[in-house]
Design a protein around this ligand. Sequence first.
Ligand SMILES: [Fe+2]
Ligand SMILES: [Fe+2]
Length: 138
Amino acid sequence: MNNKKIVEILNKALTEEITALLQYIQHHYLYKGANAQSVKELFKKLSFTEMDHAYKLGERIAALGGMPTTKPNAPKVPKKSIEMINVDLQDERDAVVAYREWIKVVDKEGDVTSRNILEGILADEEGHVAGLEALLGD
Ligand SMILES: [Fe+2]
Ligand SMILES: [Fe+2]
């Protein structure tokens, strides 16, 4: 088991989670328009889940002897509220693809614990895709 390689993967995932967390918080603050209350509540709920993902990844990184990252990418904050939902949906779809790849790598390294964590997160991200699609009426 190559801890360094696994930590690298988990830190990539952690970067995405911290970014998603900040993006949903910002979208919660700024969303305007139809059904604003329920959309804002969804963004808030999603931000909590992303924070939970960040905790799980950070704790695992530390357990493997690595240093969890604190650096997000720049959150995407479109001016038009409807675009917030679109970028979030695209990001969630990208997350699903990324987690499937990361699970393969971690699995190859024989790290069952990390694999289980990533699989749990993947299931949540699939739920996020479905939730945002429902919002758009897709
Ligand atoms: Fe997440
Ligand atoms: Fe998500």
